[in-house]
Design a protein around this ligand. Sequence first.
Ligand code: 7TS
Length: 404
Amino acid sequence: MYDVYKIREDFPILSREVYKRPLVYLDNGATTQKPRIVVDSLVNEYYSVNANVHRGVHFLSQQATELHEASRETVRGFINARSVQEIIFTRGTTESMNLLAYSFGEAFLNDGDEVIVSVMEHHSNIVPWQLLQQRKKIVLKVIPMNDKGELLMDEYRNLFTERTKLVSVAHVSNVLGTVNPVQEIIQIAHAHGVPVAVDGAQSTPHIPIDVQALDADFFAFSGHKIYGPTGVGVLYGKEQLLEKMPPYQGGGEMIQNVSFEKTTFNELPFKFEAGTPDYVATTGLAKALEYCAALGMENIANHEQMLTAYAMEKMSQIEGMRIFGQAEHKDAVISFLVGQIHHLDLGTLLDRLGIAVRTGHHCAEPLMRRLGIEGTVRASFALYNTKEEVDALVNGIERVRKMF
Ligand code: 7TS
């Protein structure tokens, strides 16, 4: 039994008030709230274990290292990677994508080579490729979508040429909620011998992930979007690809031997982890993943699907409502506009009712251009949201609508 009211007790922040009203937190696509077990682990590690990892003979350093490496194993299990060598800790999805673009770019891309992305990418899967374009004249090709927000798979198939070297796509759109058919996307790319990177920032918190079943070559996600701490994320990569890729940053941890003449690099995954990692956050991330696993990702997904369907149904009845993203496979994200009300006004007035939503372009300006709008209001759900909160959102929108 999925008891959402009981689950909410694990998240202290959910019982606070804003403007003397109960907080209705519907900005989970931006970041999620943290259960007590995650925050406690951060506090406990700082209070009783703290020491730098991988470099001390002393007791605390070894204990911190064990916790850090145990977290890597938890991440491996959570996404079902083959080995811990394939789990690189980063600061988040953004750093994962920058690492990938830099290092994959160095190893495998030459002038004239092509990378395929989709029209619904977050800027973090666009700009790193454009930065690479300053060093190598790679070509970005874009998978278009239909008006419901579904990628056009026939057009995708036609984008491949001899110069295609990588496909890099979002698993779930942070604006439309579209769950892209990544399995099919990967099969098609592999038929051309092209590897695929999946931006899992918005899927990992909502959908069970199995990188081996997907056969993804790279997979990125952020800890803070899946109930973990800020400042930590993951890049999964297949070992045989990571082995061929050069380091992204230089410094401590990532080396084997250093001299002024020649430096050799550490083995995977440390080759990609220069400097002191946020070893306290990695423990917190592991706790968050264990928390999700204990609830069951399938159960979380079912709950959120129920909420999304309920919200879609209720919201479509609002006069003047325009919902962006009507894909058949849609996740816990609803972007909308109402009548002529500016998204910022709507968001601000909802905030005064205690309802936290996000407004703006959501770091997906090319998608806004495709939709012919400047921004939306976005409600995004998490494992702790309730139908009553959806009702509060719907009532809030009605109230604002009547004011205009
Ligand atoms: N990719 C997608 C699909 C995202 O939604 C985000 C963040 C990122 C990458 C970057 O993640 P970060 O943790 O490195 O920042 N998306 C959002 C959002 O929708 N609202 O705030 C951040």
